[in-house]
Ligand binder design. Structure first.
Ligand code: ZN
Length: 297
């Protein structure tokens, strides 16, 4: 029986787990993301203890980024140019693999979550789809013909440019671009624009009209560029479930009937959906990356 470890490495917290999939997460630990030595050290300590009880076959890391996911690159498994203090150019996957002596799969947090949705969740029956997360950050991953989306590096869908909502004068808060999609529509942008956290804004607040505008613009651009068979949308902001019908309506309006797919025109409720794994997609993504690393060996 194979047993996997997974690290959901977020910018604010790490979740480390041991298991084989949904319904079989046997041990889990969470701790804040401090400096790399301490944080990665804590993760290694946890898995070393777990492996003493029952050996792990492989481990997966689904990490905040940007990261280097190219196995042929000398900096494979590194967190690269992140603005997060202390974390730029940090070797991650290699350090964990050396400490534990097992294969380590490594990808972005969003590609990990996409893989988990493909393996067990809302994208099980598909080969080309996108997974977007809208929370503290705004990012996206996914698959094309069953392969996780990589290329030059990996997609950075949060930083695409989108037209402003006509009633919105918020300057945006991306440290690199100001008013890119992430800068206008992540959780902190909602809070800064309105002076109230998104979770505390009522469903009929104008904030949601503006939020749905930006998210729908992003989704439409992605539909036009990548032709996904489904778009899965998770993250803390999407816990506001009333956003889904607003986004779907805007997407239909913006596409204006041009993309002639019944999945969109007749069945959009099943086209733009919440994650099948809920907020477990992240850590299960890390376990799915481990499963894949074990088969790749
Ligand atoms: Zn940006």
């Amino acid at each position: 029986m194979k047993l996997f470890g997974g690290i959901e490495a977020g910018g604010t917290k790490f979740v480390c787990a041991v298991g084989t999939g949904p319904g079989d997460v046997r041990a889990e630990i969470r701790f804040p993301t401090t400096n790399p030595d301490e944080t990665i050290g804590k993760a290694i300590e946890f898995f070393t203890r777990q492996a003493d009880a029952e050996p792990l076959t492989a481990l997966g890391i689904a990490s905040f980024g940007p990261v280097d996911p190219d196995p042929a690159s000398p900096t494979f498994g590194y967190i690269t140019s992140t603005p997060k203090p202390g974390w730029a150019h940090t070797e991650f996957a290699g350090a964990v693999a050396r400490a534990l002596g097992i294969p380590v799969g490594f990808d972005t947090d969003v590609n990990g979550a996409a893989l988990a949705e493909y393996r067990w969740g809302a994208a099980r029956d598909l080969h080309t789809f996108l997974y977007l997360t809208i929370g503290t950050g705004l990012g996206g991953g996914g698959m094309a013909r069953g392969a996780l989306l990589h290329g030059l590096i990996h997609p950075e869908v949060g930083h695409m440019r989108v037209p402003r909502h006509p009633d919105d004068e918020f300057p945006g808060m991306c440290p690199f671009h100001g008013d890119c999609l992430e800068g206008m529509a992540n959780g902190p942008a909602i809070e800064k624009r309105w002076g109230i956290k998104g979770q505390d804004l009522p469903d009929d607040h104008p904030a949601w009209t503006i939020e749905a505008h930006y998210l729908a613009m992003g989704v439409v651009n992605l539909i036009c560029a990548l032709s996904p068979q489904r778009v899965v949308m998770g993250g803390g902001v999407m816990d506001k479930k009333h956003l889904f019908p607003m986004i779907r309506g805007n997407v239909l309006d913006l596409l204006a009937g041009y993309v002639q797919a019944p999945a969109i025109l007749r069945d959009i409720d099943r086209y733009i959906v919440a994650p099948g794994l809920g907020n477990q997609a992240g850590v299960l993504g890390a376990i799915a990356l481990a499963e894949r690393a074990a088969t790749d060996v």
